[in-house]
Design a binder for this molecule. Structure first.
Ligand SMILES: Nc1ncnc2c1ncn2[C@@H]1O[C@H](COP(=O)(O)OP(=O)(O)OP(=O)(O)O)[C@@H](O)[C@H]1O
Length: 444
């Protein structure tokens, strides 16, 4: 093989052949990895100064040999919760090394450790630096092993439980629930008096707290920090720093220690503005803003352009929106999604804000069409409430209708076209929702 195009006499690749030359470099991208998922950890987060301060205050007692505070961090997706905790962990670990402090901060991703049992096996694997998680133990054994380890090694232990809302035990017994046990271990008989222990829980699910038993709530919620959605200005400065890292010939301009602008030959302020504006509209997610900029830069590179332009951003937008919406839908049950289909139908016919009885009518037809038993209106309204808590729809109570009573009004909070497109074409949804989505799409 000589790498030539066999379909062409003479073997030269052409535009028509659909083959593009590979390239080892890029006119715009200095390091595309900078925009990939959550691969790169920010070295500073000036937009989260006060939230970092709260994390700092919760951890710092450990430096004085006191027990650190339990902390609960809430915020919508992409608001820098994980990044902020990691940044503080890094900063504190360096300080602890310098000062020879015995503090262990263990980070556990509860998405894959979604039962108390799995959290404990993950904790043991990390604490004891095992190759695999321990197997075949009872939950009592695991608690004993974790506490024995802490008692015998001494020091202070901070457990970061990211996506803590994923922990759902089959056993309703609080005494065996990690969310009860760990935050109060410090004052229990499980740990020796000189051992410190606390929990930092991170969640993007507002429903989580309301579903906890009062005992767990009490144990877990010492201090709560809310990561409110990033503003347009926040997203702009986050994007400046990412652009300077990931794009060629681009640097942030600082004035008196503050971010003042961007100097670049491959991207203009207006393109950064467009990315920030789009992400702000979609609940101010930094992840989405960074994704969008990265996709736009990749399209510019693929097209062998020497600048990232607004039209690259527009092309990238649809793809990024779709990924974002898919992540949101993943968090919902089939009943939620059927109720959402009712909203989508009305939204596509410009009949929103809609009332629950209108949505229920379409929801019922859709549930029956896929062989599900429809919920009664009141229970379907609970499903709508769940969709509202994750930001898929807006749901407001309006007082003073025709009969003077209160009623709920609902409208879609995410882009209509992309949502319908996912239900219609995405492998995870199309099998169940394709027919329904076709009907909704018929008027788009
Ligand atoms: N202030 C910031 N400066 C630089 N990068 C940021 C900032 N905030 C967030 N990011 C980046 O945005 C992405 C999302 O952040 P992060 O994972 O911390 O969000 P999150 O709130 O934990 O989201 P989720 O609830 O979805 O897990 C990451 O790539 C992170 O590095």
């Amino acid at each position: 093989m000589d790498g030539s195009d066999p379909s062409e006499p003479g073997g030269q690749p052409t535009q028509q052949s659909g083959l593009r030359d590979f390239s080892t470099s890029s006119q715009v991208l200095a390091d595309g990895d900078v925009f990939q998922g959550d691969k790169i950890q920010p070295e500073s987060m000036p937009e989260r100064e006060s939230e970092l301060g709260e994390i700092h205050s919760a951890i710092e007692p450990a430096a004085r040999g006191e027990n650190p505070r339990n902390l609960f961090i809430y915020g919508k997706p992409g608001q820098g919760k994980t990044a902020a905790v990691r940044l503080k962990r890094e900063q504190f670990s360096q300080f602890a090394d310098r000062e020879d402090l015995d503090v262990t901060i263990t980070y556990i991703e509860c998405n894959s450790a979604n039962k108390s049992y799995h959290v404990l096996t993950t904790a043991l694997k990390k604490l004891k630096e095992l190759n695999n998680k321990p197997r075949g133990r009872t939950i009592d054994n695991l608690y004993s092993e974790v506490f024995d380890y802490m008692n015998s090694h001494g020091g202070t232990y901070i457990y970061v439980l990211d996506e803590i809302d994923r922990i759902k035990d089959d056993d309703e017994n609080d005494d065996l629930n990690i969310l009860y046990k760990l935050p109060r271990a410090y004052s229990s008989e499980d740990l020796d008096d000189d051992i410190g222990c606390s929990v930092i829980g991170i969640s993007n699910d507002r429903r989580f707290k309301s579903n906890l038993s009062p005992r767990i709530k009490d144990a877990l919620y010492d201090t709560e920090v809310d990561f409110s959605p990033y503003t347009h200005e926040n997203l702009r400065t986050i994007l400046y720093r990412r652009a300077a890292k990931g794009l060629n010939d681009t640097e942030v301009i600082y004035k008196d220690g503050e971010t003042a602008g961007l100097r670049s030959s491959v991207i203009s302020e207006s393109v950064i503005e467009a990315c920030a504006e789009s992400a702000e509209r979609e609940r101010g997610s930094a992840r989405q803003a960074i994704d969008l900029l990265g996709q736009a830069a990749t399209i510019a590179h693929d097209e062998r352009d020497d600048e990232v332009s607004i039209s690259h951003v527009k092309n990238a937008q649809q793809e990024v929106n779709k990924n974002y919406i898919k992540n949101m839908l993943n968090d919902h049950t089939s009943d939620d999604l059927l109720a959402l289909c009712g909203v989508l139908y009305l939204e596509s016919r410009a009949k929103t804000p809609a009332r629950t009885n209108q949505i229920h009518e379409h929801y019922t037809t859709y549930a029956e069409s896929v062989g599900d038993t429809p919920l009664v209106q009141r229970r379907m309204r609970d499903r709508l409430q769940d969709l509202s808590l994750t930001g898929v729809i807006n749901m407001v109570k309006v007082v003073g209708g025709q009969r003077g009573g209160a009623r709920w009004e609902v409208e879609l909070a995410i882009p209509l076209d992309e949502t319908v497109d996912i239900l219609l074409n995405d492998d995870s949804y199309a099998e169940h929702y394709e027919r329904i989505a076709e009907e909704i799409a018929s008027e788009l």
